[in-house]
Design a binder for this molecule. Structure first.
Ligand SMILES: N[C@@H](CCC(=O)N[C@@H](CS)C(=O)NCC(=O)O)C(=O)O
Length: 198
């Protein structure tokens, strides 16, 4: 499961059944899959974040699942080797955010004023893009004003910003650099459409 540059520590590989993040250890048991982790927390912590009506909860769960697919695409995006595979991942990501644009209302959050588990899923998703944006403009959010506003609202939320240390952007950038992927090489030589190199 150890791909180039990932250098996953042995303790992590021993804990994470698929070698992926996120994983939550509870009484020695690793809970994996972001949506499953969140449902566990929802059931065991005070202050529910799911909506009250079963139908609304079903809709939220469906979009959480969609968020988990976005996480898979993100891993594909930073790992893709070659321009063609890379462009396919950009298209897959953009397609998903176009769909989300159609689901969003006036905001600030996925379901309006009330912060929900769908927002919790997308906080870390958008956090990745803060680092990707430093590498190039891949056009993933072009023209998607609701998604952009949602991203901003989540980027400002303390529970999301304080979920990682200040080192996170540097560590992620270093991780991508070591990856030997298309994104790593763009990082070294610059993105053709950006007109500047790093
Ligand atoms: N469906 C999974 C997706 C998890 C996932 O793809 N995680 C990526 C990070 S975005 C990962 O750890 N990939 C392993 C790797 O890149 O080696 C979930 O929602 O938890």
């Amino acid at each position: 499961m150890n791909k180039p540059g990932a250098e996953k520590p042995d303790w992590f590989l021993a804990v994470s059944p698929l070698g992926k993040t996120p994983v939550l250890l509870v009484q020695q048991m690793p809970i994996f899959e972001s949506g499953v982790i969140l449902e566990f927390l929802e059931e065991t912590q005070p202050k529910p974040l799911h909506p009250d009506a079963a139908l609304d909860r079903a809709r939220h769960r469906a979009w959480m699942e969609f968020g988990s697919a976005v996480l898979n695409d993100i891993a594909g995006f930073y790992s893709a080797s070659g321009e063609e595979a890379f462009d396919k991942k950009i298209a897959a990501l953009r397609d998903k955010f176009v769909r989300l644009e159609g689901q969003l209302g006036a905001g600030p959050y996925f379901a309006g004023e009330r912060f929900s588990l769908v927002d919790v899923v997308f906080g870390p998703v958008f956090r990745y893009f803060n680092t990707f944006d430093q590498i190039g403009d891949f056009g993933i959010f072009t023209g998607l004003s609701r998604v952009r506003a949602w991203r901003k609202a989540l980027d400002r939320r303390v529970s999301i910003t304080s979920a990682v240390t200040n080192e996170y952007p540097t560590l992620l950038a270093e991780f991508i650099k070591r990856r030997n992927s298309q994104l790593s090489s763009i990082m070294q030589t610059g993105h053709p459409e950006m007109g500047h190199a790093h």
